[in-house]
Design a protein around this ligand. Structure first.
Ligand code: UP5
Ligand code: MG
Length: 194
């Protein structure tokens, strides 16, 4: 119903698991608005703002940018769009992100589900090194990739555990070809709409 708070699906999974790829398809078929926290941070970095250099360093080191920065970017984008259904990709990445979201967006937004793409590090590493040949992303190199993996393992896992306890997590095997992953993804989004 229109009086309900806007719905958010958090999309998580390790670096290179396929979050952005699947989100783009969800937008095309299901009409969600896609907000990649990483894309918003990368855009903010190049906007020349004072915090740009700070964000740049966090990203290259695979560290998680202070939550106030990320939540503000996300909420500004959500409010500017005014839509009812959002995919928030790559967030919340640690328990501090989680409490920042709950404090600042908790009552205005409804977390409908948490979609997690599962993929072994060897596979993700290969994808990211390949993409790094052309992506221009400052974190698509072997040293940054190692740090991103460690951050995901140490800091994001507790967030996944939290939402698992809430019964909100659906995990999809992201190791397979894009079309096979998509078959499960679109079925899952359909199940939310049903
Ligand atoms: N590819 C995708 N799916 C494939 C498949 N099924 N089979 C074969 N290849 C597949 O895909 C990655 C690559 O793999 C692409 O070349 C793709 O074609 C191919 P993509 O869909 O881009 O995967 P994704 O999971 O989105 O990978 P990404 O690199 O974006 O993940 P990260 O989580 O590392 O990046 P993000 O942009 O979310 O964050 C970057 C950094 O920003 C973080 O490390 C952190 O420093 C900072 N950040 C924060 O501080 N806070 C936040 O809240 C968010 C980010
Ligand atoms: Mg991405």
């Amino acid at each position: 119903p229109a009086d309900e708070a806007p719905a958010v699906v958090f999309v998580l999974g390790g670096p290179g698991a396929g979050k952005g790829t699947q989100c783009a398809r969800i937008v095309e078929k299901h009409g969600y608005v896609h907000l990649s926290a990483g894309d918003l941070l990368r855009a903010e970095r190049t906007s020349g703002s004072a915090q740009g250099q700070m964000i740049d360093e966090y990203i290259r080191e695979g560290k998680i940018v202070p939550v106030e920065v990320t939540v503000k970017l996300l909420l500004d984008a959500i409010r500017a769009d005014g839509g009812r259904r959002f995919l928030v990709d790559g967030f919340p990445r640690n328990t501090n992100n989680l409490s920042g979201w709950q404090g600042q967006a908790g009552s205005a937004m409804r977390v409908a589900a948490v979609l997690v793409f599962d993929c072994p590090e060897e596979v993700m590493e290969e994808r990211l090194l390949e993409r790094g040949k052309t992506s221009g992303r400052s974190d698509d190199n072997a040293a940054s990739i190692r740090k991103r993996f460690a951050t995901f393992r140490d800091e994001t896992t507790p967030v996944l555990k939290y939402y698992e306890h809430q019964g909100l997590v659906t995990t999809i095997d992201g190791t397979r070809p894009v079309d096979e992953v998509w078959a499960d993804t679109t079925a899952f989004i359909d199940s939310l709409e049903a």
